[in-house]
Design a protein. Sequence first.
Length: 150
Amino acid sequence: MKTTTYNEMVREFVNMADVMNRVSSGRPYDYARNGGSDGQQERVARLPLDAFVTEDAFVLTANVPGVKPEDVEITFDGEELTIRGKFLPQPETGELLKSELFHGAFERRLTFKVPVNPDAIEAAYEHGVLTLRVPKAEVVKPKQIKVQVK
């Protein structure tokens, strides 16, 4: 009994989807529309990150090795935080045998449904890790109420 690898299974699924699309629409499978690349326009990858919440802030971390801190664009507009940048390919030093690292633009958008203080957002970069601290607004921070003895 032959076991099917994950890559073979995905390839078979894409082939099946291609056939189904051609039968139903008369057109080939649209790789670019479905997350692939058509070779025409640059793909923008979704930057993976970790998000933590503390009593007074949200803390976001993302791995961006090889990206210069000055080449990372961080904006906050309304309730939305956007992180943009680009992973550049390493300079060629010989014949490329295999390419598995992502090269190209990345972006991540986050919407905050609770009030935050955009003027106090801090961004730090150390050893290829981008860390953002997004402080909560005073109105959402928990208040300690002391019991008074009478």
